[in-house]
Ligand binder design. Structure first.
Ligand code: UDP
Length: 431
């Protein structure tokens, strides 16, 4: 990433009211994943839609990562009271806001994603550019201290919003009026490299190419840490996540180590060196490697870690697709979760999903019907559910089949394009 804002796709150079999404990374994580498909869908609908990625220093992203944790009800609430943090945040955004104002015109609409970009709202709206905020994270627990500190920090910014999107009603701050709150549930593009159908031989080829089942066959520089290859017939439990403490990759491994099984565990996430707005990734990945190295030799031999290079976006999406299809069970043992797109992706592929009963996951999974919900802090429960599913292929199949039907009904990108259409395009037409 350069040290300034950049168009990622569809720079919307033509005239007429424009709709521009703004976030801080083009790859890695649910927001980037969704924006690729959403912007394409909006352009296909005839909208002048585009996407800008803004930049930040390591200090800026360290601060915004703390905001992320606070919105999830974790972390030290007093951090945001430090005036130096406020100066750092505003200084990082000011010149980028001016750049955006120069690119756009009064009457255009911008959708700011997550707290990294919310501070752009006042400068944009003072220039006649309508600003929406799409907040993908939050908590359904009582976390008054942490969350209210974030709302205090953003008090003025929130008043400049034309509207706000979130995946859960509990994620809205009280200062955003009810008629400006819009629920936007997650959505996937079933034809994208991440989700399109792959035949079993294609899955096998991709996993061999990645280096999971055979010597790596490409120069994509993804890293696979394992003592031996994943055997073709082995049962597979998979979690795919950013290396973030709230995804609890280490906790998944600890539960796996308690299972009496010959199944294998694969934990995969983007190479932490390639995700600029997620500065904790390296530390978490190092911690997960330490936990792995402390496993018994027998268990370690069945535990595989994958750091996926995102440099070839299509190939890394295909690898994730193949890993999800190879899984007998997909786990998402998050301690907090905004919406959990990895759950949607696995359900779309008719996998048996074990997901935490937190944030947006219970909105997707009806436990024992189309997946199984667990308390992520109760490792005995997680272990028991994994053991039950490993022993019961019929249950896995029936959960998976119903999961795929739910996604087809509720979580396709056409629905998200239309959710946006109802609110964002409606105000664009009025102006
Ligand atoms: N993802 C990815 N590469 C990775 C790990 C995750 O592309 O190495 C994708 C994953 O497939 C999903 C998104 O990032 O589309 C994660 O979204 P989710 O809502 O589950 O979590 P977030 O990262 O936004 O907290």
């Amino acid at each position: 990433m350069t040290n300034g804002p950049n168009w990622v796709i569809h720079p919307v150079l033509s005239t007429g009211p424009r709709l521009v999404h703004v976030n801080t990374t083009a790859t890695g994580g649910g927001v980037a994943e969704m924006l690729h498909a959403l912007v394409r869908g909006q352009v296909a609908q005839g909208l002048r839609a585009g996407w800008v990625v803004i930049a930040g220093s390591p200090q800026f992203f360290a601060l915004t990562k703390q905001m992320h944790h606070l919105l999830h009800g974790r972390g030290v609430a007093s951090l945001l009271r430090d005036p130096e943090q406020s100066r750092l945040y505003r200084a990082a955004l000011e010149s980028q806001a001016r750049w955006l104002v120069d690119q756009l015109e009064p009457g255009d609409t911008v959708v700011l994603h997550d707290p990294q970009t919310l501070g752009l709202a006042p400068i944009l709206s003072d220039s006649g550019i309508r600003a929406f905020w799409h907040c993908h994270i939050g908590t359904t627990d009582e976390a008054e201290d942490q969350v209210s500190e974030v709302w205090r920090f953003f008090h003025d910014d929130l008043f400049h919003l034309a509207g706000m999107f979130a995946p859960h009603p509990a994620f809205f701050p009280s200062v955003v009026p009810a008629d400006r709150r819009h629920i936007a549930l997650p959505a996937i593009d079933p034809s994208s490299p991440k989700n399109r159908y792959l035949s079993p031989p294609q899955v096998d080829d991709l996993l061999a190419r990645l280096g999971l089942t055979a010597p790596a066959g490409d120069a994509s520089s993804s890293l696979v840490i394992q003592d031996g290859y994943l055997p073709p017939e082995a049962g597979a439990i998979v979690q795919i996540s950013r290396w973030d403490p709230l995804k609890d990759m280490a906790g998944v491994m600890r539960c796996f180590a308690q299972l009496r099984t010959d199944a294998h565990l694969i934990l995969a996430g983007a190479d932490p060196n390639e995700i600029p707005d997620d500065p904790e990734g390296r530390e978490v990945f190092a911690d997960v490697q330490l936990v792995r190295s402390a496993l018994s030799a027998e268990c370690r031999a069945r535990t595989h870690l994958v750091a996926l290079s995102m440099r070839d976006a299509e190939l890394s999406a295909l690898y994730i697709n193949a890993l999800q299809r190879r899984a007998d069970i997909v786990v998402q043992k998050s301690l907090e979760e905004g919406f959990g797109l990895t759950v949607t992706e696995a359900m779309a592929k008719a996998r048996a999903v074990v997901g935490s009963n937190v944030g947006g996951i219970p909105g997707q999974i009806t436990s024992e019907i189309n997946g199984i919900l667990v308390d992520p802090t109760g490792s005995d429960e997680v272990v028991a559910v994994l053991a039950r599913l490993l022993d019961d292929p019929t249950l896995r199949r029936s959960l998976g089949k119903r999961a795929a039907a739910v996604v087809a009904q509720r979580y396709l990108m056409s629905r998200l394009v239309s959710d946006y259409g109802k609110f964002v395009q409606a105000v664009m037409v009025q102006s």
